[in-house]
Ligand binder design. Structure first.
Ligand SMILES: NC(=O)C1=CN([C@@H]2O[C@H](COP(=O)(O)OP(=O)(O)OC[C@H]3O[C@@H](n4cnc5c(N)ncnc54)[C@H](O)[C@@H]3O)[C@@H](O)[C@H]2O)[C@H](O)CC1
Ligand SMILES: [K+]
Length: 482
């Protein structure tokens, strides 16, 4: 099962892996033609109703594979209004091959010539709202035609995620009632409830496009242009004590990953140093030189005003500090990224908080988890341990593994230069910023992906001499989804 959003991400990842969308369209069109051949004898009349998006493009391709049939390709709209270059190229290919094409812009001019098969390629996953004209009339004609109706990807006017007609809240929903659906790559959540035979066609998307993070995973994280301060994330880093650099690295990384406001709660002895690293940070002092149980009330108060807490950078492993972490997590019910010395406490704690734990493999073992050399085996172990503890895990390694106990994603950005101290603090901050704007699993997957990209860009300049601060300034570029 794959949702529309995830499909768009996988599609973009496939392109980055060298399988561009036009190639997928060729396979999609071929699969549609195969379905037509399965239900109609050569010579049968086939009417392809095509929209101006890539759903229509699939049918332009299909027509080339149906030379044994009496085919009419009907474009709803003017050729100049075809939206994508790849669909336009496939339209042009039909025209140069002298295949029978027709265009219709006015619903009043629409009529079907008693076809044996109607291919519904008007709208796929790009549909928004109730069907407009001329698609609306075309859907009615297809439904009334008595022909076998084969829908491309999803029946036009149906939401692939829900199976409901689009714009049904408006009350007068019209959609194509398909007999068969040829959907691509994987089953869609909304298709099962339809009264149609669904075929899933393999269109050659490499498994790696789904298994590994890629540029597609960034889609949709780009911010709403009308948003204002605070809407893109407020993050509280709770850290510091024996170390001063770590909380500052996490905090500055969260800012560079897009958080609007980043606060640091740290022992007073390190506050000045932390503030000294960056004027962009808001620093809140806690008494003494270590985090202690006496700080829990204040830390909870501070946390309440933020979307996400990043807990652990630079706190050290003193007993009192562990007690602080335990007491804080047992009372905190928000979202938190847990890193470094705070990790060990997680499996033993009963908390309502939603945690993203970011151990390296040694820390994972310290938490009671298991690791393995083989990435597949490791992925399975991470998944079952995430399920056991009920939190999202991001296990760092040459191949990073992210799991929420159900889904698993691997990441292969990054390089051996990143074994230098502090890169984990940068990662925790990036994941924290993302967890303010998206779900924990995606925040972890995207965070580790962009952190690795930033590390790769830093290594291009500094080789194995890269340092953690090199990553921070490269995060904004890594966050770009184009
Ligand atoms: N990997 C893949 O997912 C692949 C998918 N393919 C096919 O592409 C479509 C999705 O294509 P897209 O261009 O994004 O959208 P559509 O063709 O569904 O529609 C776009 C277009 O339609 C107009 N429109 C939107 N809503 C309405 C409405 N309510 N009434 C009328 N017109 C509407 C608007 O102009 C939109 O921009 C996917 O389903 C697959 O079939 C690739 O070919 C292969 C890879
Ligand atoms: K369709």
């Amino acid at each position: 099962m794959i949702t529309t959003d995830r499909m768009a991400a996988v599609d973009a990842n496939a392109a980055a892996l060298g399988v561009p969308r036009k190639q997928l369209m060729e396979s999609s069109g071929n699969a549609v033609a195969r379905e037509v051949r399965a239900i109609a004898e050569p010579g049968a009349s086939v009417e392809l109703l095509c929209g101006r998006g890539n759903n229509g493009g699939d049918a332009f391709v299909a027509a080339r594979f149906l030379s044994a049939y009496d085919v009419t390709v009907r474009l709803l709209g003017r050729p100049a209004s075809i939206r994508t270059e790849i669909a336009r190229e496939n339209w042009a290919a039909l025209r140069s091959a002298d295949l029978s094409t027709a265009t219709v812009t006015d619903a009043a001019d629409l009529a079907l010539d008693d076809p044996d098969v109607v291919v519904d390629a008007m709208l796929g996953t790009g549909v928004t709202g109730a069907l407009r004209e001329p698609e609306r009339t075309a859907a009615r004609l297809a439904n009334e035609s008595g022909a076998a109706v084969v829908a491309v990807d999803v029946p036009s006017g149906i939401d692939a995620d829900t199976g409901e007609p689009t714009g049904s809240e408006a009350g007068d929903a019209v959609c194509v009632e398909a007999d068969r659906v040829v959907t691509f790559h994987d089953e869609k959540p909304g298709l099962g409830s339809l009264d149609a035979a669904v075929t899933v066609a393999d269109i050659g998307i490499p498994a790696a496009a789904e298994r590994f993070t890629g540029p597609g995973d960034l889609l949709g994280i780009a911010r709403d242009p009308t948003s204002h301060k605070g809407e893109n994330g407020e993050v509280l880093v709770i850290g510091g004590g024996p170390y001063t650099g770590a909380p500052s690295l996490s905090a500055r990384s969260a800012l560079r990953t897009g958080a609007d406001l980043v606060r640091v709660a740290c022992p007073e002895t390190v506050a000045e140093t932390v503030q000294g690293y960056s004027a962009d940070l808001i620093v809140r002092e806690l008494s003494g030189d270590r985090l202690r149980p006496a700080h829990v009330d204040r830390a909870l108060d501070l946390a309440a005003g933020n979307d996400v807490v990043v807990l652990g950078p630079g706190i050290g492993d003193g007993d009192e500090t562990h007690q602080f972490v335990r007491a804080f997590l047992s009372r905190y019910d928000g979202r938190a990224v847990v890193d470094a010395d705070a990790l060990r406490v997680v499996p033993e704690i009963d908390t309502d908080a939603e945690l993203i734990c970011t151990p390296h493999q040694g820390e994972l073992v310290g938490m009671g988890g298991e690791t393995a050399g083989d990435p597949d085996e490791r992925a399975a172990l991470v998944r079952s341990f995430a399920d056991e503890i009920g939190h999202t895990l991001l296990v760092k390694g040459a191949t990073d593994v992210v799991s929420d106990g159900e889904a698993v994603r691997l990441n292969r950005t990054g390089n051996p230069g990143m074994t230098v101290g502090g890169t984990g603090d940068v990662l925790a901050g990036a994941v924290g910023a993302l967890a303010a704007v998206t779900d924990p699993f995606r925040a972890a997957a995207v965070g580790v992906y962009v952190n690795g990209l930033a590390g790769d860009a830093a290594a291009d300049d500094a080789g194995y001499g890269l340092v953690a601060t090199d990553l921070i300034d490269r995060l904004p570029e890594a966050m770009r989804d184009e």
